[in-house]
Write a protein that binds this ligand. Structure first.
Ligand code: PEP
Ligand code: MG
Length: 568
């Protein structure tokens, strides 16, 4: 019998492979290390920083050549962490304290990691893993430790924490699955796995310690089941599921080039949510017809200072170009709330989600907002870009943002820089106030994109991240559905378009309702596109309308949810 364990399945699919443990322990190596004089150790550390940055650059070039953009992007962020000018000073200080170059490097990056960890936000806390990863990489270089080799066959990468460089450094075709000891779905390892649809399980805790390198394993990313050293019979019991999975994959691949169109010809654009230009490559593989949400705050994250217009321009341009003529909607930075930035002082807030965030910061900080707008307007020249403002609650905010766009254009004219004059301007509808006011807002904006992640939490007063009250967080709640319907109808009435970029858009049952309400675009993490497309292609718009009418008569969100699950 196999040793069985259970975690939380976060990316569906069956994976079969050999365990590859990530997160090597360096304690033994550090004990054996014989430090030289402090001045020599400082030279060793300085040389290692140069060498590791060079090695990373080689890997980045290599990945770029093979068109593995997302791996390249992660290593590029790591290279920046290595070359961060503040780090060499901190490492020298640590050498003065400890006398050992590898120890000093680990301590210096550990301090940075703890800074990230102290932030009240899961995404930023996860960047601590990146910092430790970089520190370890440099320390390993000094200690002369080679990275583990992968041999024949596929691996299931397992670790209490998995360093993003491990996933980024492995060829896609070699990784069958991921098992993460900790519970987070926003670790970089899981973010990459999601864009590549690699079956993944999180939250198995210390059970990781029962696994050994090379152990045969089966994981089910849907149920969270893990079977270490399965018997032949156990393996065979998964064969049916694996066969089904292969068939589904092949079927989804066939759907890639087909439009999301109902049996009677109503079309919905299926587009992708992204956090970096590299994500567009993965999205295109799933047949995305552009980008409905580029969360631009990710361009600001991990940097030690505000990114310059030029640096932002490069990122937006790359994303716009990769959309191959389709629209690329770039949301201006949504900082604050659950996404603080170390270099933007927000101060202590009682209710950060109701606080100084998103468009509220942008409108007060021209020094941040204007360079971002200029960068997006310039990028628009290389394809088709849209600008979207987050957390808008009234018409005044939109008008003020619109005025800033005009100011940004004037600066570009003055500087003689080329820009696109036809960039669409829209807003996220993610506050109840905006949703209620959509009949008025629709007169001014070019488009709405409904952000249900926040709209649900603000409408129902249910924190989107609070597991204790998760049972109340339901996008089918009738109050939420009414706000969504109102928003879509307001847009259509004014000849504007409405889309959705919250998680609800990736729910195939929700897609039917939204389509019947008249939505034009659904934006989601790319691996969800085929299943939503499949659902839309198998229904007529009149049937969808019938379902919607019935749903709008129902009084309870759970009743709606279970009704929809019976008709799928
Ligand atoms: C939303 O609120 O639905 C949304 C898409 O934005 P975010 O998840 O980044 O808050
Ligand atoms: Mg939001």
């Amino acid at each position: 019998m196999a040793e069985k364990m259970k975690g939380k399945g976060v990316i569906a699919g069956i994976a079969v492979g050999k365990i590859m443990l990530a997160g090597q322990n360096l304690d033994g190596y550090l004990k054996d290390y014989k430090p030289k004089k402090k001045a020599d150790e400082k030279k060793i550390a300085a040389d290692a920083l140069i060498k590791v940055a060079e090695n990373l650059q080689k890997s980045i070039d290599d990945f770029n050549k093979k068109d593995l953009k997302e791996q390249a992007a992660i290593l590029e962020a790591h290279r920046q962490f290595v070359e961060d000018p503040s780090m060499s000073g901190e490492i020298e200080e640590q050498i003065d304290k400890t006398g050992s170059a590898p120890r000093a490097v680990l301590n210096a990056y550990e301090e940075k990691a703890q800074l990230f960890e102290s932030m009240d936000n899961e995404y930023f806390q996860q960047r601590a893993v990146d910092m430790r990863d970089v520190g370890k990489r440099i320390a390993k270089f000094i200690l002369g430790i080679k990275e583990p080799e992968i041999g024949e066959g596929k691996v299931v990468v397992a670790g209490l924490e998995i360093e993003p460089s491990v996933i980024a450094g492995l060829p896609s075709e070699k990784i069958a699955g991921v098992i993460l000891g900790q519970g987070s779905t926003t670790s970089h390892a899981i973010i990459i796995a999601k864009t590549r649809a690699i079956p993944s399980i999180v939250g198995v805790g210390d059970a990781i310690e029962k696994m050994a390198d090379g152990d045969p394993v089966i994981i089910d990313g849907e149920t969270g089941d893990i079977l270490i050293r399965p018997t032949d019979e156990e393996r065979a019991s998964y064969d049916v599921k694996i066969k089904k999975q292969e068939e589904l994959k092949a079927h989804y691949a066939e759907l890639k080039e087909l439009p999301a169109i109902t049996t009677d010809g109503v079309k919905v654009e299926l587009v992708a949510n992204i956090g970096s230009p590299a994500d567009v490559d993965a999205a295109n593989n799933y047949g995305a017809e552009g980008v409905g949400l580029f969360r631009s705050e990710f361009v600001f994250i991990g940097k030690t200072d505000i990114p310059r217009e030029e640096d932002q321009f490069k990122e937006y341009k790359a994303a716009v170009e990769k959309c191959n003529g389709h629209l690329c909607v770039i949301r201006t930075m949504d900082i604050g709330g659950d996404k603080p930035l170390p270099y933007i002082q927000v101060g202590q807030e009682e209710n950060p989600f109701l606080g100084y965030r998103a468009i509220r910061i942008s409108l007060q900080r021209r020094d941040l907002f204007i360079p971002q707008l200029k960068a997006i307007l310039r990028a628009g020249k290389f394809g088709k870009a849209g600008i979207m403002f987050p957390m808008v609650i009234n018409v005044e905010e939109f008008k003020a943002a619109q005025k800033m766009v005009e100011d940004a254009k004037a600066e570009l004219v003055h500087e003689g820089k080329d820009y696109a004059d036809n960039v669409q301007l829209g807003i996220m509808v993610e506050t109840p106030a905006a949703a209620v006011m959509t009949p008025v807002l629709a007169k001014y904006v070019d488009f709405f994109s409904i952000g249900t992640n926040d709209l649900v939490q603000y409408t129902l007063a249910v924190d989107r991240g609070n597991a204790q009250i998760a049972y109340l967080y339901n996008h089918f709640n009738p109050a939420v559905l009414r706000l969504i319907k109102r928003t879509i109808e307001s847009a259509n009435k004014e000849g504007k378009w409405a889309g959705m970029c919250g998680e609800m858009a990736s729910d195939p049952n929700a897609a039917i309702l939204l389509m019947a309400m008249g939505i034009k675009e659904l934006s989601m993490s790319a691996p969800s596109i085929p299943k939503v497309k499949e659902r839309i292609r198998n229904i007529s718009s009149s049937k969808a309308k019938e379902i919607l009418d019935k749903v709008m008569e129902m009084e309870d969100g759970n009743e709606i949810k279970s009704y929809l699950s019976t008709i799928s």
